[in-house]
Design a protein around this ligand. Structure first.
Ligand code: FES
Ligand code: FE2
Length: 389
């Protein structure tokens, strides 16, 4: 799937003097190489394609399922339900995480119906009381002698792979196909080291539903040049979108958007882009991470069906108060970010619904993308590679 290419690109851009990958300044921008593009409307409307996305894309990729703070104590468990899948992610007594499909091996009932805490370490299926431990192993069967023992032997809820990186909980629905998360993340591992997000605090978030295909919603997060139009009331300038630089970290991607408040032009060279710009990342296939030096938010984007999308937003921030700010002002600032995320999402999802509204029109035939939208073109290439395989 062409994942080796980004490693080469990154190496050529490493500044030997400081051992830093240069993402801003002459030669850092890959938008011309990534190019312009087009996709037919059927990419968003064809039911057969939607089925392929579910089975070949979402089943074969790592997903951000939450923040570690949501399952901080042994016995805590998180119910994750997306793309028709139901998964339990639990913290075991040992402190390690386990994940399994939330599907009883008796007759398929959900084992749990909400997130929670389990003191006993046993989760009981509500139908006939099959008991599972926090790793998903079947540890109790009522009327056991009435079953064929051979069918029960070694039975467990099907496993899901789980790992933690940068304070986020990641899962893979098909552990047999999963490569290690660090390998899957490729260049993002280096890129995220500067933030040290694992030490940041989680401040909660919101959920949203959009009346559009999930890719319509995600594409809004892969370019910023709609900011002066769609976000003219909320963001009100300050972002120097035309000077953004773009990079592919296949299958992921990123862009560096200069922000007046961070004054990238006065930054020492080579520019530490994470300190002097708004950096926006695609965590392929469906998470958007918008990072400022001291805080950020992440949005996951999942199809409910081909025409509706469920999003979840999470706000995170450094625990230490940034220089030149009082602790009180910092707390207020982070709190206001939650409201800002809701406001920006409201604007993004309203425009996504405008696209959803034309999906059956005879006149909606294709999307065309410019080089400011090169990350969308790159995204479609990556999706196509998964669907073909
Ligand atoms: S379906 Fe779970 S115990 Fe019967
Ligand atoms: Fe937007």
């Amino acid at each position: 799937m062409g994942r080796g290419r980004s490693a080469v690109t990154m190496d050529t851009k490493r500044d030997a003097r400081v051992g830093q990958t240069v993402r801003w300044g002459p030669g850092a921008d890959e938008s011309k190489r990534l190019g312009t593009g087009a996709v037919p409307a059927s990419v968003y409307t064809d039911p057969a394609r939607y089925a392929l996305e579910r089975d070949r894309l979402f089943r074969r990729t790592w997903h951000v399922a939450g923040r570690v703070e949501e399952i901080a104590a042994p016995g805590d468990f998180l119910l994750w339900e997306r793309v028709g899948q139901s998964v339990v992610i639990a913290r075991r007594e040992s402190g390690r995480l386990a994940a399994f499909h939330n599907v009883c091996r008796h007759r398929g009932a959900r084992i749990v119906s909400e997130s929670g805490h389990c003191e006993s370490g046993r989760l009981l299926c509500p139908f006939h009381g099959f008991a599972y431990d926090l790793e998903g192993r079947l540890v109790g069967v009522p009327e056991r002698e009435t079953f064929d023992e051979a069918k029960l032997d070694g039975l467990r809820a099907y496993e899901v792979a789980v790992e933690v990186f940068a304070g986020w909980v990641w899962i893979h629905l098909d552990p047999k196909q999963a490569k290690p998360l660090a390998e899957y993340l490729t260049g993002l591992v280096d890129e995220f080291a500067w933030y040290d997000m694992g030490s940041w605090a989680y401040h909660g978030g919101s959920t949203y539903v959009a009346e559009a295909n999930w890719k319509v919603v995600l594409e809004g997060f892969l370019e910023a040049w709609h900011t002066p139009t769609v976000h003219r009331r909320s963001v009100r300038g300050g972002f120097d979108v035309p000077r953004s630089t773009f990079a592919a970290l296949d299958p992921h991607s990123m862009m560096v958007v200069p922000l007046a408040a961070l004054d990238i032009d006065s930054a020492p060279k080579p520019v530490e882009h994470r300190q002097f710009a708004d950096c926006q990342y695609l965590l392929f296939p469906n998470a958007f991470l918008n990072m400022f030096p001291d805080q950020g938010y992440l949005i996951t984007v999942y199809p409910i069906d081909a025409n509706r999308t469920f999003c979840q937003g999470y706000v995170v921030a450094r625990k230490t108060t940034p220089e030149g700010m009082t602790a009180e002002a910092w707390e207020k600032n982070v709190k206001s970010s939650l409201g800002m995320m809701d406001r920006i999402m409201g604007e993004d999802l309203a425009i996504a619904a405008e696209i959803g509204a034309t999906r059956e029109s005879f006149a909606y035939r294709e999307n065309i993308y410019n080089t400011l939208e090169c990350r969308i073109t790159a995204f479609h290439r990556q999706v196509d590679a998964y669907l073909a395989g």
